[in-house]
Design a protein around this ligand. Sequence first.
Ligand code: GLN
Length: 549
Amino acid sequence: MSTKYILVTGGVTSSLGKGIICASLGRLLVARGLKVTVQKLDPYINVDPGTMNPYEHGEVYVTDDGAETDLDLGHYERFLDIKTSQENNVTTGRIYYDVIKKERKGVYLGKTVQVIPHITDEIKSHVTKLGESENYDVVIVEVGGTVGDIESLPYIEAMRQLKYEVGRQNVLSIHLTLVPYLAAAGELKTKPTQHSVKTLSESGLSPDILVCRSEHPLDNTIRSKIAQFCNVEIEDVIESLDAQSIYEVPLLMQKEGLDKQVIQKLNIETDKPDLEKWIQFVDRLRYPDKTVKIALVGKYVEHHDSYKSIVEALIHGGAVNDAKVKIKWVQSETLNTQNIDKHLNDVSGILVAPGFGDRGIEGKYLAVRYAREQKIPFFGICLGMQSAVVEFARNVAGLEHADSTEFNEKTPHPVIDLMLDQKEVTDKGGTMRLGKYACSLVDDTRAAVSYGKQTIDERHRHRYEFNNAFKKKLTDAGLVISGVNPERDLVEIIELKDHPWFVGVQFHPELKSTVYQPHPLFVSLVAASLDHAENKKIEESAVAETPVE
Ligand code: GLN
């Protein structure tokens, strides 16, 4: 079978959840035994989102091959249980960068280089290159932005051309729109969808299927009205209601027949979908046995998308433990010695988040100290791990002014320092220690027990690292080094012994947690947090039962 391409565009407004719809359709097709990947085309001029701050763009998702990408790739990996790579995320910046490099080399010698055909050709070649790279049955191509935006135009045009190049029978166009409810009129309104489809069709890419986001069910009258005005069959009008959890969306889409319509139109023969494991997972989310509260301490807590993969990994880890994880968002900037107890005394686990820059850093150190002293399960990720090392150095190992040189270049005890190969780096884009690196685990440590193996690999995104000059001093004081990168002897995991669960990791485990393969450290953290809550309850009831003399 030649590779089929499903182009997904969005209209009316942004934030309709195109990424989740693509991931859900991907899950449904994978469940039918197809080999599927999803690609995101982003119409902005940054070469990648690596240089944007989380307020601008949410989390930067890092792939095994070290690409800094859009957070939708996280959804693709979590839903489809696949690995993505640089090729799964292409931006306008990258397209232009590549075209201009070619122009300088003389590849287009004698020609005027233009949006059409050079930019559109480059876009198409990225799409088909991905399809051919692993002989995929289906590539779902999510076109970022909203139809009608100036910057989306070259993509829509490229997609139109693609239809002719790979054969119309191999391409399907899905358009995601909004059907708003006007309370004053007491009605759902189809006009925005009609306009959006009209705009798309004017560019030559009429939709084959419409996925309509709505807060209310679409009855048959509305469906046939949309079908009639937008030139599709009534079965091709798919309702997408708000779901309780993003993980319910594949099941809702299956109920609406999205996958059935897709394979029919693309003429694909498949097995029956096997969604048993997915349904079990969703059941666990719907009916958890217990709840556990874990604090997420960071500086972007008002903007939950900044920690997207951590939130999802906690959900996966919770489901394995039959528990719902309630996240308590704690702004590290507001923490001080007076209020720390008030903020953290009701949680059963504390996670200190990754980050860059010194805003809120002292609050992170305080949160680590609180977790260490109160023996609350602690998980430090990247900057969170570095914070744990600094706190331990200052308050346990007696290095009073220990710090990371990211925050104090002149510290007498630089326990966290710039990596050697980072010292000369001046460019900001794509220059950190990025992507997959191996890590050897030390026997009988918390990490080795959680992973149940000796060697693992995890994804990185940082410039600073544990300074090996302080290894002896800190381990003598009781710090356990439980994971090391074998090639460069870099400390990747630290732990504490006389603590129920205290783990800091230099990498980003959250990026590899999927529905079908929940990350072992998140599973273990949630289990430890549940134990902590249980023990606290026992202690409290013992205190309550102690007779007053
Ligand atoms: N700012 C730290 C570094 O660059 C931590 C990075 C992170 O948390 N991702 O090493």
